[in-house]
Design a binder for this molecule. Structure first.
Ligand SMILES: [Zn+2]
Length: 465
């Protein structure tokens, strides 16, 4: 079920320099072996009238702030690795492959080495080309997303990546730093005084005095940063924190939300350094304990995240880079086994003009994912291993327990885990969350995911036992 696609190690410039002048003279391609990095940022704001979060009834009425694709590419003697963060809700199936394939083409690399991470803002699109095709067939064009608009966004991002590669700069050091985020993240799971456990906490439950008071539950309090330096010049920072990113949503006001605000504020501080933010494994984590859905709360949450980005920068320790390794596991997760997730049931809803629009869209999304599972296409779980730090991308709405699991598997290393890679899965609960009764319509996987994800993590993190 899990097979390793490829493993490669790239020696960096410093390592090669140590080999000595004689070898350098005999080996003229040494200059080509230098590792370098290029950055890019592109506007991918959905237009007025576009659907948000795949199924929200209120379409885009206004743009509060833009959505961006922000990324970097690492270049060296081996195949390049691209990391790109999208201010979009989710990218699924054929849409996910399209993004990766088009960027892979211009970066001269493989699909697996293009790490596409959605940040999961909710006033932002969900894309899945096959799901939209199915909707087209029943007379619902553009109801999930605008296919041509996505194609233009991909083309713009690919063009920006291509232009960036021509401007790549050498990388001499990798930095790692972290800071503890205060009063942003809380788990959906709450334990009541009578001992009962429920997943009652939503993204803006701060207005509910009891849900605001109850313990934050399982979270990862650390915002982690991996940075890339050319000598003293910091070229780019990847920052990652595990929480749903929305303060308020559903009114048709497009926004990159509090994580976008924090990133942009930090970007103003560091004009020569590209700030890339990634959303960690946040299926069961929201700002709900601290957020009442007001614009003021959005600003407060943004400020807390921004302040922690500064702390992480101050705490950053630099290491000479002497190589990177890339690994990728193939993860096959089971499709939801519920009666309403059969092909027959979903096809019936999709074709029923009396069914509610959100249900028809969900059915199309489900059918697209079922087709994928039936044709045996696994989920790629990539890992960029920089020696002192690893960046792993997990699919969909993986629960924070998986991020903590990844860190436990490599306790002496600096493990950053982004969620929201391939997003067809929706929620990926841990075993304990299933035992506690977690259920939600935004889950397309079966209940037995944990051992499969654990196996993939062990593989990409090279845990032998
Ligand atoms: Zn979500």
């Amino acid at each position: 079920m899990l097979t390793c696609n490829s493993v490669s190690t790239i020696s960096l410039r410093l390592k090669l320099a140590a080999v000595g002048l004689v070898l350098a003279l005999l080996w003229p391609q040494v200059a080509d072996a230098q590792v370098s990095l290029a950055t890019f940022a592109v506007d991918i704001t959905i237009p007025v009238g576009h659907r948000c979060m795949g199924i929200l009834p209120t379409k885009v009425r206004q743009i509060d702030d833009p959505l961006q694709a922000v990324g970097l590419v690492l270049l060296g003697p081996d195949e390049p690795v691209v990391v790109v963060a999208l201010d979009w809700c989710e990218v699924r199936n054929a849409a996910y492959d399209l993004w990766r394939d088009e960027l892979a083409k211009v970066a001269s690399t493989t699909r697996q080495r293009v790490l596409v991470c959605s940040l999961h803002q909710h006033d932002a699109p969900v894309t899945d080309n096959r799901a939209q095709e199915l909707l087209d067939e029943v007379g619902l064009p553009g109801e999930l997303f605008d296919v041509d608009f996505q194609a233009a966004c991909i083309a713009d991002t690919a063009a920006a990546l291509k232009a960036a590669i021509a401007q790549a700069q050498p990388v001499t050091h990798v930095g790692i730093g972290q800071g503890q985020v205060e009063k942003v993240a809380s788990n959906r799971r709450v334990e009541y005084a009578d001992g009962s456990v429920r997943f009652d906490r939503q993204s803006r439950s701060g207005a509910d005095s009891l849900l605001a008071k109850l313990d934050a539950g399982e979270i990862d309090p650390w915002l982690k940063s991996i940075s890339f330096f050319n000598g003293e010049q910091e070229l780019a920072v990847l920052s990652c924190y595990a929480t749903h990113p929305m303060s308020s949503y559903g009114q048709g006001a497009v926004s990159a939300d509090f994580i976008g605000q924090a990133r942009r504020r930090r970007q103003v501080d560091t004009p020569g350094t590209l700030q890339v933010y990634l959303t960690g494994c946040s299926g069961d984590v929201t700002a709900g304990k601290y957020n009442d859905g007001s614009l003021a709360a959005r600003g407060l949450l943004a400020d807390r995240l921004y302040q922690t980005m500064i702390v992480a920068a101050e705490q950053t320790v630099r290491y000479e880079v002497d190589g990177w390794t890339f690994r990728c596991a193939e993860l096959t997760l089971p499709f939801h086994d519920g009666a309403e997730f059969t092909r027959e049931a979903m096809s019936k809803v999709l074709r029923d003009p009396q069914a509610k629009m959100d249900q028809r869209i969900l059915a199309a999304m489900g059918l697209s994912s079922l087709e994928r599972v039936e044709r045996g296409q696994p989920i790629d779980v990539p890992c960029l291993d920089l020696g002192v730090a690893q960046l792993v991308v997990l699919p969909g709405e993986a629960f924070v327990g998986y991020q903590l699991m990844a860190q436990r598997l490599r306790p002496k290393s600096f493990v950053m885990v982004s969620g929201y890679g391939e997003c067809w899965t929706g929620y990926i609960p841990t075993q304990s969350a299933m035992v506690d009764g977690f259920d939600h319509g935004w889950r397309w996987v079966g209940p037995e995911c944990e051992p499969l994800v654990e196996e993939a993590l062990k593989q990409v993190l090279e845990v032998t036992k």
